[in-house]
Design a protein around this ligand. Structure first.
Ligand code: B1M
Length: 222
């Protein structure tokens, strides 16, 4: 049983999605996260253990390596895909309430902005960190963030922007959210933003990468 969790951790860490996948070369022909998660569930391993002992530590390793420039976006995307294949099978347990999540994280790319690769990575990593995700997609205005908060009171909100022309929309979104629910914690991220901008618009935290985003979320949960 321990062995299968170790194998799953390795599959997610190195981005092995399923048995057919030729990537990464050192795991060619072996089961990927798809098969290993199936087997773990069939063996009766609690989904919470699968999450906490394989997926979360795997993504923590991935995030650390990315922060240290030991791996790059393509590897992180493969790990995110491998984790997605596993999460897909664990989702029914989340939804049935069998798995305790740390809370809800609402995320979206702000109004006018269609870039979603970074946002998706952050969402995946935070989901791997044990949070429920409400992904509003791209081109999201303050009205949709407020609507989502009405449905998920107390959720943490994440805003992503990749353009200098759309980062300015973050200010209006932050003030509308804070007006509606002043205690809401708001994290921002994306290439053109930084801590100084975060303070200026009244958001709570700027995360330069998914690992820092997960660390912030963990701090909020502790
Ligand atoms: Co666009 N684009 N793009 N683009 N694009 C950039 C951003 C640009 C820097 C390219 C350039 O000129 N060198 C430039 C912006 C310039 C600026 O504003 N200063 C640009 C431009 C100008 C445009 C268009 C205006 C081009 C045009 O049509 N004339 C147009 C705008 C469309 C729109 O949004 N309205 C446009 C369109 C596109 C595509 C659709 C073709 C495509 C997006 C596809 C998609 O996302 N599905 C695209 C792409 C791919 C890029 C580049 C090449 C790559 C972006 C990316 O995915 N990076 C980009 C140039 C570049 O970055 N090298 C560029 C990888 C991703 C993992 O990183 O998103 O930064 P990133 O996310 C990071 C961190 O920022 C952080 O974590 C992630 C992982 O480390 N992070 C968060 C992100 N969000 C976070 C949220 C958090 C925490 C951390 O908490 C909530």
């Amino acid at each position: 049983m321990e062995n299968i969790l170790e194998k799953l951790l390795e599959a997610v860490e190195f981005g092995k999605v399923d048995q057919k996948s030729p990537y990464p070369p050192q795991l060619k022909g072996l089961d990927g996260s798809h098969e290993l998660t199936k087997s773990a569930i069939a063996l009766g391993i609690n989904p919470q253990r699968i999450l906490e002992e394989a997926l979360i530590p795997a993504m923590a390793r991935v995030g650390k390596k990315f922060s240290e420039n030991k791996i790059f976006v393509p590897q992180m995307l493969m790990s995110a895909r491998a984790m997605g294949a596993s999460m897909f099978q664990l989702k029914p347990f989340f939804n049935s309430g069998d798995i305790k999540t740390k809370g809800t994280f609402i995320i979206g790319t702000v109004k006018g902005d269609l870039h979603d690769i970074g946002k998706n990575l952050v969402a995946m990593m935070i989901e791997g960190g044990g949070w429920s995700i409400v992904d509003l997609g791209v081109d999201v205005g303050s009205d949709r963030f407020v609507e989502a908060l009405k449905n998920h009171p107390g959720a943490v909100v994440g805003l992503s922007a990749l353009l200098t022309t759309t980062m300015v929309n973050m200010g209006e979104i932050v003030s509308t959210i804070k007006e509606f629910a002043p205690d809401t914690k708001i994290m921002i991220g994306g290439a053109p933003v930084n801590t100084e901008f975060c303070m200026k618009i009244g958001a709570d935290f700027y995360a330069p990468d998914p690992q820092k985003a997960v660390e912030y979320m963990n701090k909020l949960a502790s």
